[in-house]
Unconditional design. Sequence first.
Length: 545
Amino acid sequence: MLLLHRAVVPGLRQACRLKSTASQLCIRACSTNDSFQSQHPSLAFTGDHSSTRGWRVVGTLLGLGAVLAYHDHRCKAAQKSPRIYTRKEVSTHCSPETRIWVTLGNEVFDVTEFVELHPGGPAKLMLAAGGPLEPFWALYAVHNQSHVRELLAEYKIGELSPEDKAPSTLKTSDPYANDPVRHPALKVNSQRPYNAESPPGLLTDNYITPNPIFFTRNHLPVPDLDPATYRLNVVGPSGRKSLSLSLADLRKFPKHEITATLQCAGNRRSEMTQVKEVRGLDWNTGAISTARWAGARLCDVLAKAGHRLSESESHVCFEGLDSDPTGTAYGASIPLARAMNPEAEVLLAYEMNGQPLSRDHGFPVRVVVPGVVAARHVKWLGKVSVEPQESFSHWQRRDYKGFSPSVDWNNVDFDSAPSIQELPIQSAITEPQEGATVESGEVTVKGYAWSGGGRAVIRVDVSLDGGLTWQTAELDGEEQRPRKAWAWRLWQLQATVPPGKKELNIICKAVDDSYNVQPDTVAPIWNLRGVLSNAWHRVRVHVAP
Ligand code: HEM
Ligand SMILES: Nc1nc2c(c(=O)[nH]1)N[C@H]1C(S)=C(S)[C@@H](COP(=O)(O)O)O[C@H]1N2
Ligand SMILES: [Mo]
């Protein structure tokens, strides 16, 4: 019952918000009969952002006592001899009023209390309300973990009647079947959607990351877009027509080229996981890569569409052409001031290291926002618009934000924190690797360092003795332009192994040109989503006798 307790307090707040959207979504999910085919939301449902705003509408509260008693009753019932339900009965439980039930295999769960706590957002969970989870979980392998199964088990209320097991129509066509073939050296974090990091042994061999080993972070299946028919919709200011730009149109704008590093907000999340569990992909140090990007400047395209700097419209929203079964696209936004500033060099990129973008990296066009978290670099770009508010995308508003270590999933208020844009100073050791054995005599330590917002890395300090003494590493790579240091510096240090040492406790930490430094440990910057993990990087190695 632990989870129920965790859920109660926010549950009260959330029960209010749930009502309108939940019932809205449910009309589509439940108005059909109970076979999977007719319930599949892609047939009946198109996501819209206005529903997100509807979450705030206040509705009737379910009495707390009633909730507890109800849940307790159900759980006890499930433990003794499981209560048996028909699929038809389950399908009527698809709103907070009727409670929200789902099935997995032949088991039935009442997840009403969990809906608002769902890391993937309440709206997504509601798509499965009243029916099987399988077709949705097939899309998101993140559910394929024991902790997710254990969590769900807490909500079990019974089983499906034997003659009413999973319908044979459950075989869904694999939405990922058309994903591209990937390089075998990539270290895969999740196959569906595909997420993989550059192997640390190769990452810093090249200042420019070769395209096939550039880290990949997809939230959805990779769309297969035809460059001949591709159009970018650039919404004009009110009263003006939108632009519909072909790839050829985009190439007519002056071609601008920059070297920029992309880093996922979750890079080095695995170190946070060691402090306390976080929700997200278990990235090591390889969710970062550098490329030479070429394309049209966003400011030129916005100007052509008729946009100017404005105070009422202050965000540029991007939508990808990758979408989930509801038709909801990946989306993000950046401040208009950055988008309109030619010095910020925001690109609508169609080339990566002299090649057309590869499918995984956004073919045919992606946004590149130098100095800003990679989540805003929207791939497979379909639409650009200038809006008074930030993007309503889940990934702008309910993810990619930082919180204090004391904020957890019971008390998190995503509206209270700004979305991550410029990233903080970062560095990591790529050689030697954790647990390796190094020769006595000399050791070479290598790694990368980067800071957001165009801030240049001015120094990397390396310690071989756990931080007692420090040596300055040598910085490689391109000379950096002031306030436009968009790319990382690779660094190395050739150092003498102190005689008699059996083990080295190697640490690196970088300093940027605002004299920002990395925090020494992870615990004080731990956050529930495991983002912004930039503590001193530590690697322990053995010294060969
Ligand atoms: C009762 C049903 C569900 C439960 C118990 C559940 C549970 C969870 C949990 C525990 C996570 C975090 C996993 C981790 O990062 O370790 C998660 C993430 C996620 N879930 Fe669900 N889920 C449910 C239904 C759904 C449905 C129906 C969908 C889609 C239609 C969905 C989409 C997602 C997505 C997209 C994420 C990843 C968010 C991100 O990391 O970007 N979930 N879910
Ligand atoms: N359309 C779209 N754009 C997207 C994403 C996505 O899933 N869909 N993922 C974002 C995230 S979180 C990251 S870290 C970067 C990863 O870019 P890459 O795969 O080219 O390395 O793309 C961003 N842009
Ligand atoms: Mo990311």
